[in-house]
Design a protein around this ligand. Structure first.
Ligand SMILES: O=c1[nH]c(=O)c2[nH]c(=O)[nH]c2[nH]1
Length: 282
């Protein structure tokens, strides 16, 4: 049986780029981690050690910085498109460029009713994400999303009606804390959209649905969020959500002569429920 190279790709991961945009009275600050992955005619490099078609990952990294001055001035989706087009148009051996961008959200400081012109605080665990894929035949796909978004609510969540066996001890509840660290990724129908406005609208829709939903389970809320995003945004083809169940377990206060009326909990890190799903049209 002959042996041959199957799927392969290469590129530079985690190119950490930050950018100041200097306006007359204030500065903007952006920080993004960019990963480049190229697919194409790289067989000879693997089988013969022939590097004649291998654009070095070092060059890819430099390109991320070099194009940033002129082109990283808007959304991460837009910059991903610039990079993908650059690598595909300049390298005929590349059949597909995939650019992943993860943005750290710096928030402008605000004192006495005024925005500070050039000082920021870190955005915490939440990061905005974009992925752009461009193939040599011109097919462009854009995904956007977020990760590390901490969500919690103290009402309108329960979990009842599940099967019980000899190992079940979980009490049914119609009033529990619902908490998650949400990750979402959605695919757009086009590469020519107002990515900033759509991102803000989708993020707000996600928060609104989470807060308003009469949740019968994490699964129920995950689907409600996906359904709402698709209903409200024709530009979104499908959405995938990861919603780990960050349990807050009522603490037993009876040994101390107190009744716990759903006020004191053990906040647990692990183990945690891991709930994922994709919601599509049709
Ligand atoms: O919303 C929930 N979904 C589950 O699948 C599950 N399983 C569990 O123990 N608690 C919960 N809560």
């Amino acid at each position: 049986m002959p042996i041959k190279l199957a799927a392969n790709a290469y590129g530079k991961n985690a190119v950490n780029l930050s950018r100041v945009i200097r306006h007359a009275g204030h500065h903007e600050f952006r920080q993004v981690s960019v990963s480049v992955q190229l697919t194409g005619d790289f067989e000879a490099a693997h089988t013969l050690g022939d590097n004649s078609l291998i654009l070095p990952t070092d060059t890819q990294k430099n390109t991320v910085y070099a194009l940033a001055k002129e082109h990283f001035t808007g959304t991460i989706e837009a910059y991903g498109l610039v990079l993908a087009r650059h690598f595909v148009s300049r390298n005929p051996q590349v059949s597909k460029a995939r650019i992943e961008l993860l943005e750290h959200g710096w928030q402008r400081m605000h004192f006495d009713g005024q925005d500070h012109p050039h000082a920021f605080t870190g955005g915490g665990s939440e990061k905005r994400r974009a992925v752009v894929e461009l193939t040599a035949d011109g097919t462009t796909t854009v995904w956007a999303g977020l990760k590390g978004l901490m969500l919690l609510k103290t009402a309108d969540s329960g979990f009842v009606g599940y099967p019980k066996d000899e190992y079940t001890v979980l009490p049914e509840t119609t009033d529990r804390i619902l908490a998650t660290e949400c990750e979402a990724e959605w695919e757009y129908i086009s590469a020519d959209l107002d990515f900033e406005a759509l991102y803000q609208k989708i993020r707000t829709g996600l928060l609104r649905t989470f807060s308003a939903h009469q949740s019968l389970s994490v699964q129920h809320t995950l689907y409600a969020i996906g359904e709402k995003i698709l209903e409200q945004n024709d530009e979104v083809k499908e959405i995938s959500l990861i919603m780990p169940n960050k349990h807050h377990i009522p603490f037993n206060l009876t040994p101390f002569g107190q009744e716990n009326t759903n006020e004191v909990f053990v906040a647990t890190d692990a183990p945690f429920g891991y709930i994922t799903g994709t919601v599509v049209r049709g």
